[in-house]
Unconditional design. Structure first.
Length: 112
């Protein structure tokens, strides 16, 4: 007979709540058909999972924002060159304008 897979080791966690918060926890747990300990554990596990998801979403947004910024800068360069009727603007002048005002590092979002 194959051995049963080992369960992950668990560690007990304890914390204090005010009487009001404890009553709310008990009421919320009862509404879900759970003990207050089970409910508190579920809340903690959900929060941990949410934090990981939020972190991944922030990384994705950062990446998408950087791609957008690059595309936007290129579009502005093209618009500057195309619309410089009275004062001709070279592609290099447009690129420099965009570098100074749109792409410069101080404008880039910082990683937290």
């Amino acid at each position: 007979m194959p051995a049963a897979p080992k369960a992950d080791k668990t560690t007990p966690i304890a914390f204090r709540l005010s009487d009001d918060k404890q009553r709310r926890l008990v009421a919320l747990a009862a509404a879900e058909g759970m003990s207050s300990g089970e409910y508190a554990r579920e809340l903690v596990m959900t929060k941990i999972d949410e934090q990981e998801i939020v972190s991944q979403e922030v990384q994705q947004l950062r990446s998408e924002f950087q791609a957008f910024r690059s595309d936007f800068a290129l579009a502005v360069e093209a618009i500057l060159v195309a619309s410089s009727n009275n004062k001709p603007l070279s592609a290099e002048q447009a690129r420099q304008w965009v570098e100074e005002r749109i792409r410069r590092p101080s404008n880039l979002p910082r990683k937290s």
